[in-house]
Unconditional design. Structure first.
Length: 447
């Protein structure tokens, strides 16, 4: 902790006083996390005149410290360079919440861990300072100089003070970012739930889910696949893609594929740096390597499908929060599929009952008209259904219609202005005709 005497010595320089005003302004601002880290690096450079500055932040869930910002451009390394707590000088500083100052040959320190993609690790001196918020470490600032650098007590004290003040601001900015991300995910889950409740079409529901997930993860391909147990393969039901060719993808076998592991193991599978050709041979337009998170869709204790999220291999690894969100969405998709299945079964049952009622009524007509038993009437209907190659329901409906026409014909009186002898041949033939002849006429009309 910086003492009052240390601060008074630092404030003797007007430039450092301006720096402290700048710190105060940043701390009280509402900057995003990325901008906050950028401001922190600018402050460190102005305090130390360093050749490079790296900022690591703590990932509590993974127990790691992650590179999140850099003075030099490190687009591929940001979010991907990770150290366990206690690993390397950076991990040691995070574990012990203590400053490490190496004036020369920093890489020869036994705690040092070098990364070939970081030229800063070849620099001569290193000053590593913990970022503290609420008495807990939230990150580490590494300051590098190409040449030998003897770090004075004032320099270390001032940098420690900056780290203390900025630590709280960074923690708040990070919390706000996580809150916005969580709120966004809750909104998406609510929208998915509303879609499932409001939409009547399964395809539209699943397509909406695919699009929402793809937008959340910035995914070039997000798909929902249905598991065909008889064929042991997964078929795309809906997909949102930015790469051409995704709409012509063939089914994926369960055996021998990364996606199939989800069905076999009934758990989420995350694969980093998977060759796109291995994931989907049909998709030559995808990047050469992708990162995949595949989540099972489970209903009634069975895997009925899979939610697949593909992202660029250079992207930060999937976090626990993202994994939980994907599982929640997969649960919603499984609910939509299960509801659709239940509705389909209910509709089929309703149609079956209606058909049975119609057949029973037609059987009654045949029993009454021809003196048949119930079994004989059923066998007669079944035989005619096969002979005419028509469903029994259609035949039964024709018998019922013919019977109704016959009854109406018997009740109808001849009209005065149409002499009976002038009626058409067809009318003369049908008037008073038995139900079988009417049935044939109805069948001709239906054909």
């Amino acid at each position: 902790m910086m003492t009052t005497d240390d601060l008074e010595r630092c404030l003797e320089d007007g430039g450092q006083l301006a720096l402290l005003h700048r710190v105060s302004g940043i701390v009280s601002s509402g900057l995003t996390l990325d901008r906050m880290l950028g401001e922190l690096i600018g402050l460190v450079v102005s305090v130390t005149g360093c050749d490079a500055c790296l900022v690591y932040l703590l990932d509590k869930s993974a127990g790691e410290i992650v590179l999140c910002a850099s003075q030099l451009p490190h687009e591929l390394e940001i979010g991907n360079i990770r150290l366990r707590i206690g690993e390397g000088v950076t991990g040691w500083v995070a574990e012990h919440q203590s400053v490490v100052a190496l004036s020369s040959r920093a890489s020869s320190d036994p705690r040092f861990k070098a990364f070939s993609s970081l030229p800063e690790d070849t620099y001569e001196s290193l000053l590593s300072v913990p970022l503290i918020s609420g008495g807990e470490v939230i990150g580490v600032i590494n300051v590098h100089h190409k040449n030998v650098r003897f770090h004075t007590a004032d320099e270390v004290a001032l940098l420690s003070y900056v780290a203390e003040q900025m630590g709280g601001a960074i923690a708040r900015a990070r919390l706000m970012e996580q809150s916005r991300s969580a709120a966004r995910k809750v909104e998406i889950l609510a929208a998915v739930g509303d879609t499932i409740s409001a939409e009547g079409y399964l395809d539209r529901i699943l397509q909406t889910i695919s699009e929402m997930v793809a937008q959340t993860f910035d995914s070039p391909l997000c798909s929902i696949m249905i598991f065909d147990e008889s064929r042991q393969e997964l078929t795309i039901k809906s997909a949102r893609y930015s790469a051409p060719g995704c709409d012509n993808m063939r089914p994926v076998p369960v055996d021998g594929t990364p996606i199939g592991r989800v069905v076999r193991e009934r758990q989420t599978v995350i694969v980093e740096d998977i060759p796109a050709a291995e994931a989907f041979p049909d998709l030559s337009s995808l990047p050469k390597t992708v990162m995949l998170m595949s989540v099972p869709m489970i209903a009634s204790q069975s895997v009925i499908g899979v939610l697949n999220i593909y992202v660029q291999a250079e992207r930060n690894p999937f976090t626990d929060e993202e994994t939980r969100f994907a599982r929640a969405v997969a649960g919603q998709a499984a609910l939509a599929l299960e509801n659709a299945r239940l509705m389909s079964e209910a509709l089929q049952m309703k149609r079956t009952l209606e058909a049975r009622k119609i057949v029973e009524r037609a059987k009654g007509i045949l029993q009454h008209r021809d003196g048949l038993t119930e079994e004989e009437a059923y066998l007669h209907l079944r035989g005619e259904s096969r002979r005419l190659r028509k469903p029994m329901r259609s035949l039964a409906e024709a018998i019922i219609l013919a019977e109704e026409l016959h009854r109406k014909g018997r009740r109808r009186q001849p009209t005065a202005f149409v002499p009976r002898e002038e009626a058409s041949d067809e009318q003369s033939e049908l008037q008073g005709a038995p139900p079988d002849m009417l049935l044939e006429s109805v069948e001709d009309w239906r054909d």
